[in-house]
Design a protein around this ligand. Structure first.
Ligand code: PMV
Length: 348
């Protein structure tokens, strides 16, 4: 089918890993499986306008806008992404693209936009492929979107579809793959419905360590093999925990995963400390609050200083009060973002 021109727009969420992806092989194949909650409010909204080119040559043709304004410094990343996915989308050079993207979260908030951003672009490109091949099934559409997103940024493949998403081959997760994310196929207890994630912005600066460099540091890392095995074990544990609804066990796995991610960075060569003093203050306050109140609130971390505070929906009011009273003071300019589990990408 010939398609001359058109426009699509996708809204694609970020995600927060519970079992962390840290370390990869060739072609963005993860060294261990990971699982994440899809977020609901932290999103990238990307519009893709496309027009058939008169004269195609060997280069990609695209303009990039961020919040409506040209953004030259993002272009090399997109160029590289297009090069990586060209063999899977052979029509890419037939079109001129205008990519207009914006995030719902403040830029330089220390929230990585690569997952939502790369996934949003992948969704749009799949919409174009679907125009060209209308017979494609929905399953194929989402699976290939996740496959392409992975080639942009590994964790992006977990931002396509589903509330809880697994990426990476795991024996007792049917359909799981190193090449794309899949919706968690087992039972999820009501205790995890509408789980909340309040993101405390401790340090909004540039990332100290790019994730590319970070993943590389797992090559020849003294604890790599044990860590990769542990990720499989923790994912197995989470399967049982999601089914039983045991939030105490959930907390133990999730907090251990976050600290292990940072431990890997502290024990690589070169080594990094990505937490800030306020990150530790917050962790200690959370532990104290949990001990005193028995409210099941816990934390997880990305490859940075911000803290994701995770808790069940039914304790929301009490936890938000605690955050207001005791944690906001540790956030840069008192900033935090309230989010919760979401369902994945949406065509607007
Ligand atoms: O997708 P990348 O290459 O930016 O790696 C993300 C790694 C972590 O956010 C630290 C963990 C994860 O699983 O999302």
């Amino acid at each position: 089918k010939s398609v001359e021109q058109g426009v699509f727009q996708w809204s694609t969420p970020s995600n927060i890993a519970l079992v962390k992806y840290w370390g990869k092989k060739e072609n963005q194949v993860p060294a261990n499986p990971s699982v994440s909650f899809t977020l609901n409010n932290c999103k990238t909204i990307t519009q893709l306008a496309f027009a058939k080119r008169q004269n195609t040559n060997s280069n990609f043709s695209f303009d990039l806008l961020f919040e409506g304004k040209p953004k030259e410094d993002f272009k090399p990343k997109i160029q590289k992404f297009l090069e990586r996915i060209e063999s899977y989308l052979p029509f890419l050079k037939d079109y001129h693209f205008t990519i207009d993207t914006q995030n719902t979260f403040p830029h330089s908030s220390g929230i990585a936009s690569s997952a939502s951003g790369m996934a949003a672009l992948a969704m749009n490109l799949m919409s174009l492929e679907k125009e060209l091949n209308p017979a494609m099934t929905e399953d194929y559409f989402y699976q290939k979107a996740s496959f392409l997103a992975r080639l942009g940024s590994g964790s992006a493949c977990r931002s396509v579809q589903g509330q809880v998403v697994v990426w990476g081959k795991q024996a007792n997760i049917p359909g799981s793959s190193d090449f794309f994310g899949v919706e968690f196929p087992h039972t999820i207890h009501d205790n995890f419905k509408n789980y909340q994630d309040t993101i405390l912005l401790v340090d909004k600066g540039e990332k100290q360590v790019s994730s590319t460099l970070g993943h590389d540091l797992m090559h020849n890392h003294p604890f790599a093999e044990r860590r990769f095995a542990q990720a499989h074990e923790n994912l197995d544990q989470l399967i049982a925990i999601f089914e039983s609804g045991n939030v105490e066990q959930f907390i133990a796995v999730v907090e251990s995963e976050a600290l292990t991610l940072h431990a890997m960075m502290m024990t690589s060569m070169p080594y990094f400390i990505l937490m800030k003093p306020n990150t530790l203050e917050i962790i200690n306050r959370i532990w104290q609050f949990r001990n005193e109140t028995k409210i099941p609130v816990c934390f997880t971390l990305d490859a940075g200083a911000n803290v994701h505070v995770l808790y069940p929906n039914h304790v929301k009011e009490k936890v938000l009060q605690f955050i207001q009273d005791e944690l906001v003071g540790y956030c840069q300019n008192g900033q935090y973002i309230c989010d919760e589990i979401g369902i994945g990408s949406q065509l607007i």
